[in-house]
Design a protein around this ligand. Structure first.
Ligand SMILES: NC(=O)c1ccc[n+]([C@@H]2O[C@H](COP(=O)([O-])OP(=O)(O)OC[C@H]3O[C@@H](n4cnc5c(N)ncnc54)[C@H](O)[C@@H]3O)[C@@H](O)[C@H]2O)c1
Length: 243
């Protein structure tokens, strides 16, 4: 995909999917502002580290990216956290931080980006939801709720802002081989390598996704080749349904 000097803000840039997305945009010639708790090692034009549950930080993030890059064409809301458990196993803190990072921060970033894009001829927003936001899986009630919220918000924004030349879509991956998945196995006492091998057998296409499988869909949605796609939730699941 070619993004000659398109200006991109990417959150969660230091994570598994984030690093692959940053690389794909950089290879396509985009100018990147990267956001995460730590972003020092990422090749980008602007490094904007901070905590997405901090109001001051999120309110300044889009303006800072615009200032650093000289504009903003594409936003990828990729950062996310997964707090596991059914509702009785989760705390109010799990609920609050999941909503803050997975829903509230993207909402505030989208709002600011849409204002800027509407005044500057349009733009593209891609949110990273999950297939669990579309078809809730077991034992992850708060995570599924937060991903359903960002999926719904994406559909609403996609419809509401298409007339301004702004395309808003979401990707909804099933399992992806990233730190989020592997640390989850470790925390539950499983060897992540063996656990991923076992998980591979459950996917019709023969393996769980790698970060690049998701990054390719995100850059497609950001590109002009996806110019007529608005408000869609694109499942990326290798044929595996949520069960
Ligand atoms: N890995 C999967 O199986 C999977 C499946 C479906 C959806 N997703 C979604 O993909 C996205 C990327 O996840 P990943 O798998 O690359 O996980 P990851 O844990 O490797 O990356 C997530 C990134 O978000 C950042 N982040 C978390 N909380 C933050 C905060 N408060 N402030 C700033 N940054 C914060 C982390 O530092 C991390 O770098 C997430 O939204 C996740 O929910 C992942």
């Amino acid at each position: 995909m070619q993004f000659n000097n398109k200006k991109v803000l990417l959150t969660g840039a230091n994570g598994g999917i984030g690093q692959a997305v940053a690389k794909a945009f950089a290879e396509g010639g985009a100018l990147l502002a990267v956001a995460d708790i730590a972003v020092d090692d990422i090749n980008a034009q602007a490094h904007l580290p901070g905590d997405l549950s901090d109001d001051k930080y999120i309110n300044n993030l889009v303006p800072s990216a615009i200032e650093a890059l000289g504009g903003l064409d594409i936003v990828v809301n990729n950062a996310g956290i997964m707090r596991r458990g059914d509702v009785t196993e989760t705390s109010v803190e799990d609920f609050d931080v999941s909503v803050a990072v997975n829903v509230r921060a993207p909402y505030i970033l989208c709002r600011a980006a849409i204002d800027h894009m509407a005044a500057n001829g349009g733009g593209v927003i891609i949110n990273v939801s999950s297939c669990w936001g579309v078809h809730p899986g077991p034992g992850h009630a708060v995570y599924c709720m937060s991903k359903a919220a960002i999926a719904s918000l994406t559909q609403c924004m996609g419809r509401d802002h298409a007339h301004q030349g702004i395309r808003v879509n979401a990707v909804c991956p099933n399992e992806v081989n990233t730190p989020m998945l592997r640390t989850g196995f470790e925390r539950r006492g499983f060897d992540p390598v063996t656990a991923v091998q076992e998980l591979n057998k459950t996917v019709p296409i023969g393996r769980i996704a790698e970060a690049e499988d998701i990054a390719d869909v995100i850059t497609f949605l950001a590109s002009d080749q996806a110019r007529y796609i608005c408000g869609e939730l694109i499942e990326i699941n290798g044929g595996k349904p949520v069960s």
